[in-house]
Ligand binder design. Structure first.
Ligand SMILES: [Zn+2]
Ligand SMILES: [Zn+2]
Length: 508
């Protein structure tokens, strides 16, 4: 059989798994260490993207007695086990793959017999799975317990290499796959630290800036909380920011927006908020790569880029976006830090200066579990102008007949009345928590908490309730595009297509 050579056309595979699943998996794979290998079939969700394929771990289909040969030091999948894995393709839409360990201090590169096994499985699983991709990963550990891995995915007749594994948990880990025999996993380009990073290196260790330079963070919403978060992450010299916002800059946002200048107030046409944010990032740290969309997270092209991120900051206070961010966290295993602010005054006296920070991640409650979504709000946000008009008229007519108009119409949401000190503070906290999750330097104090600047002890309230047992987020974790039917919200057809900048000219 001819050797397998992964194609190198720029496409790559990203493998995402939760920290809890990774722990379980490694215990299984290394339980015959140091001499002998072990392996398992596993199920994965997947998405074919513009950059390659995302593979999200669902669960292992663990070997039972007799499924693997215990007397052999190598992994050999017996026919009964293979049959069961192939049959399982009938029961779900997920992909099926294999993962096995190599003995201690043996590099995780496929052997001749691994190549033979993969060629056979790729063909069989593609056939029985009606064109689903097949994945094969190898892991090993050295005597210092340092992990390394390789992987490849067979899809539509071609092998695509796995480039990185992203681990979701109390910290975000990004582990590069081994490329060559000689590339040790720890030698992945740690450039010397610049003087600008002296303080963070002294505080958190010499390798902290390097790890931050390899991180990618998504920012959904580039206004009050988004723009200060972008500002600080650029100053911290993050590797890449994926920034998304559909809207133009408005003068009313100037006192909250960290990216706008006085001259932007009169620009005609007004610049997009992402163009302003991209300009700010370039001025502070041109080394931060910017992937920017005038668009929405419900756009598939935008979603592709968000799925490359270690972490997403939710900086938009809309119901549909919060629901979509909850879906992304559950289905695609990308953790989301959701930021929100609310202010209310009566007769010039502030009654509320409220901030909320919540983490959405597999195993934690989603925004639906937390009661954070108003369905009427989503209806309003995704409606056309004509629909909004029609519903408002229907509600008014109902009121005239003495019927409660709210049954037709949830009401126009109140305008967002927040000012810069509160939005900046919450955006800065979001950037700080993001940095700590990326570096593993601190955990969130609570998975969800609120506080009010005007209350004694800042009125901190934490919400540590578990997820709702009957919520969809509990059965869709890691199912990627195969959880499409369970998405809470879909992109309205009347929304404009996203535009990627800087293909577009930025603001002057
Ligand atoms: Zn092997
Ligand atoms: Zn839920």
């Amino acid at each position: 059989m001819k050797p397998i050579r992964p194609i190198r056309d720029g496409r790559e595979v990203l493998w995402r798994i939760t920290e809890a699943d990774r722990e379980k998996l490694l215990r299984l794979l290394f339980h015959r260490y140091p001499e002998s290998e072990w392996g398992t079939f596993f199920r994965f969700g997947y998405r074919r993207t513009r950059w390659g394929i995302l593979v999200t771990w669902v669960d292992s289909q663990k070997p039972e007695t007799g499924d693997l040969d215990r007397h052999s030091p190598l992994v050999e999948f017996r026919p009964g086990y293979i049959r069961r894995a192939l049959d399982s393709l009938e029961a779900h839409e997920l992909g099926v793959g294999i993962i096995h360990s190599h003995p201690q201090d043996c590099a995780p590169f496929p052997s001749r017999s691994d190549d033979d096994m993969d060629s056979y499985f790729a063909e069989e699983f593609e056939r029985f799975g009606n064109g689903r991709p097949y994945a094969s990963f190898i892991v090993s550990r050295n005597s210092e317990r340092k992990l390394s891995f390789t992987g490849r995915v067979f899809d539509r007749g071609e092998w695509i290499p796995v480039s990185e594994c992203l681990v979701t948990g109390e910290r975000c880990l990004r582990e590069p796959a081994r490329r060559t025999i000689w590339s040790a996993p720890e030698s992945t380009g740690s450039a010397p630290n610049a003087p600008t990073q002296e303080r963070v290196a002294q505080l958190l260790g010499a390798d902290a800036p390097g790890r931050f330079r390899r991180s990618v963070t998504g920012i959904v919403g580039c206004s009050g909380t988004g723009s200060p978060a972008i500002h600080l992450l650029a100053r911290a010299e993050i590797g890449e920011l994926v920034i998304v916002d559909p809207g133009p800059f408005k003068a009313s946002g100037h006192q909250r927006n960290h990216a706008s200048r006085h001259s932007d107030l009169w620009a005609d046409p007004p610049p997009s908020k992402v163009a302003l944010a991209a300009r700010l990032i370039g001025e502070i740290n041109p080394a931060t790569k910017v992937t920017a969309f005038v668009g929405d997270l419900l756009d598939e092209a935008v979603l592709d880029e968000l799925l490359r991120c270690d972490l997403i900051l939710g900086c938009t206070d809309s119901n549909y976006a919060r629901a979509a961010l909850g879906d992304i966290a559950a289905h695609y295993l990308v953790p989301v830090l959701d930021l929100a602010v609310q202010m209310r005054a009566e007769d010039g006296v502030l009654r509320e200066q409220l901030a909320e920070i919540a983490l959405y991640a597999p195993g934690l409650p989603c925004p639906w579990c937390r009661g954070r979504i108003e369905v009427n709000g989503i209806r309003y946000e995704t409606a056309t102008e004509a629909e909004r008009q029609f519903r408002a008229e229907a509600a008014a007519a109902a009121e005239q007949r003495g019927v409660d108009g709210a049954q037709y119409w949830g009401g126009k949401p109140p305008p967002e009345l927040t000012v810069g000190y509160l939005t900046t503070m919450v955006g800065a906290m979001g950037a700080g928590y993001a940095q700590n999750l990326l570096l593993g330097s601190a955990k969130l104090p609570h998975h969800r908490f609120q506080f009010d600047l005007g209350l004694s002890s800042l009125g901190v309230v934490a919400d540590e309730r578990p997820p709702r047992a009957d919520c969809a987020c509990q059965r869709t974790a890691g199912r990627s595009d195969q959880a499409r039917a369970d998405r809470s919200v879909s992109r309205p057809d009347h929304w404009p297509q996203p535009t990627r900048i800087p293909e577009n000219p930025g603001p002057p």
